[in-house]
Design a binder for this molecule. Structure first.
Ligand code: MFK
Length: 553
């Protein structure tokens, strides 16, 4: 009888994830662990069901209908069937709402992102509008604009699928997604005092959303980012028609193909000023912190999904006389990826913890603020790169099947590739890390964070990882001390510096968590991850002459 390979199957994505389970057991209030475990296990079952639907929905993509039969411009966007279901599931399971519910106080963010981690990879990047919805709620809450808070935050943070709104974030224009200071969109007040926006937004990913936060330059304001202001746009009128917005086309993207990313013309779009008529970049920074944290969690949940499928494939696929999982080299490759996942998980969920404590005015607010300002860009940039590398290796581990679209596996890599690009590229975030560290005490707070977790890891089996984390931190600290006075060297080395700090953080967090796991009867798996992570390499700091760079670039 001819041979047919069994495809990989997805198990319960809560039960199969010891990192998530032990992290929650360690950090959630003991009274809550039982209920949250039951909730997440239920979501884990749902992921198995949704995986089948994802495969069936694979070729459905959003469509744009610009004109109706009678010649009216309608610019209607229809999304895939799974996206329609995702909207309901996201609301019902509180993928945004859970962060704003008072019951768990500073742990609400951990609860929310645990839900996102388990369910997110099953919703075909519906995490994109959710991240911006969460960011918009947080930005409005920080704006002090009571009228907007009362009107919109309840809509953004409800669990009622019929009532829930999603929000976009429109920053990128043809002039750039990184240097937003050059934005060309102009805001003018009409005779009635209504602000209206004129310009083109070049990458608007949540075009099916109800509202958006966007930047525009009030007429007469100076050039540069200080002249931009933050506006809120309600996309549609009571009849569902776009309000002076034209959808020029949908983007033809490498991945995230379910996301209806569009180019828009704002042709006098009515908008509400959120805060002052300037300093919009500063006003939108709460959005950046939230969406970058979503990016980090989406990176680790994408890694989890890739490893779940690659691991299951290795347990079903035989070659050269044995299951792949029993082949030393194949197992070695997967183990290296599991270690990267474990480190990335710790850094992403540590960022989550920090935004949770900041939102609940803890006694350590100032220290948490300093730490999170520096840690979030590092977490975003490092986990995004880890996610791409992991997805690439995971599909390779499935051989040719990993390269064939209708196995669903290539999508893992195509979707991961957006993570280092949107919400700030690796280089932009490396420079942001330098800017964050330029504020008093931020490097010391990172050093304190690393040292705290290293000091907690007292087991002899963790001595080498702890030493490696400390050595990488010492090297990074010495390097920045020297490079500070040489702007060209500082900028050229910013990525290697940020990566090194990030990997030192991941390793220290991993070692600290490994100690907790050993002390609380969860075995030595996390310690093995720490040792393997160390072996994958921590410190990439090196200086190259600009002359060599010029010859090569
Ligand atoms: C599924 C769909 C897929 C679609 C494909 C995606 C393709 C890509 C689409 C995109 O383009 S996504 C958009 C990506 N772009 C970004 O995320 C923005 C990247 N750029 C930055 O992050 C820049 O660093 C930034 C725009 C913030 C710099 O702006 P400026 O104009 O140089 O402002 P400046 O002076 O640095 O910062 C203004 C204030 O904000 C400062 O405060 P102070 O005046 O008090 O010092 C900064 O410290 C503060 N600030 C900046 N970044 C901050 C921050 N505060 C907190 N957190 C931050 N991250």
């Amino acid at each position: 009888m001819a041979f047919f390979q069994e495809p990989p199957r997805l198990g319960n994505q809560f039960d199969d994830d010891p990192m998530l389970r032990t992290w929650l057991a360690r950090f959630l209030p003991p009274m809550e662990v039982g209920d949250i475990t039951a909730e997440l296990r239920g979501l884990g079952d749902l992921t198995c069901e949704l995986y089948g639907k994802q495969l069936l929905d694979r070729t459905n993509e959003p469509t744009l209908t610009q004109w109706d039969a009678w010649g009216n411009r309608i610019d209607r966007i229809d999304v895939s069937p799974l996206w329609v279901e995702a909207q309901v599931l996201a609301a019902k399971h509180g993928m945004v709402a859970a962060a704003y519910e008072p019951r768990l106080r500073e742990h609400a963010r951990t609860h929310q992102f645990a839900i996102v981690h388990v369910l997110g990879p099953s919703l075909d990047v519906y995490s994109c509008p959710l991240a911006m919805t969460d960011g918009a709620a947080r930005t409005l809450l920080g704006s002090g604009n009571q009228a907007l808070i009362e009107r919109f935050v309840p809509l953004l943070t409800t669990r009622d699928p019929q009532a829930m709104w999603t929000s976009g974030q429109w920053m990128t224009e043809r002039t750039g997604g990184s240097d937003v200071s050059q934005s060309e969109t102009v805001a003018k007040q009409d005779a009635s005092g209504q602000w209206r926006l004129y310009g083109t937004k070049w990458f608007t990913s949540a075009t099916a959303s109800n509202m958006a936060l966007t930047l525009a330059r009030p007429e007469g304001n100076p050039d540069g980012s200080r002249g931009l202001a933050l506006f809120l746009v309600e996309l549609r009128d009571a009849d569902g028609r776009l309000r002076d917005i034209e959808v020029n086309r949908l983007k033809d993207k490498l991945g995230t193909r379910k996301v209806p990313t569009a180019e828009l013309t704002l042709a006098g779009t009515p908008a509400t000023l959120v805060g002052a008529p300037g300093d919009g970049v500063r006003a939108i920074t709460p959005m950046l912190s939230v969406t970058r944290t979503w990016n980090a969690v989406s990176a680790v949940s994408g890694m989890r999904r890739a490893l779940a499928l690659a691991g299951d494939f290795a347990r079903r696929r035989s070659a050269f006389g044995a299951l792949l999982v029993d082949k030393p080299l194949h197992a070695d490759t997967l183990a290296g990826l599991e270690a990267e996942y474990a480190g990335a998980f710790c850094l992403a969920f540590r960022s989550v913890q920090l935004i949770g404590s900041l939102e609940h005015d803890g006694a350590t607010k100032d220290a948490d603020e300093r730490l999170s300002r520096a840690l979030i860009p590092i977490a975003k940039l490092l986990t995004a790169k880890q996610a791409v590398a992991c997805a690439s290796e995971a599909i390779e581990s499935c051989g040719g099947a990993g390269y064939v679209e209708d196995t669903g596996l290539p999508r893992l890599l195509a979707d991961a590739q957006v993570l280092p690009i949107w919400e700030g590229t690796t280089n932009v975030l490396s420079l942001d890390t330098l800017r964050a560290l330029g504020k008093g005490g931020a490097l010391a707070s990172i050093a304190h964070e690393i040292e705290t977790h290293c000091a907690a890891a007292t087991d002899a089996g963790l001595a080498a990882p702890v030493a490696a984390a400390r050595a990488a931190l010492a090297h990074a600290t010495a390097w920045i001390g020297e490079a500070m006075t040489e702007p060209e060297r500082l900028e050229a080395g910013a990525r290697r510096f940020a990566m090194t700090l990030g990997r030192a953080l991941e390793l220290a967090l991993l070692a600290g968590h490994a100690q907790w796991c050993q002390d609380h009867g969860h075995g030595g798996r996390t310690a093995a991850a720490a040792r393997r992570f160390m072996a994958n390499g921590v410190d990439s700091i090196d200086d190259h002459t600009f002359a060599d760079t010029r010859l090569l670039a």
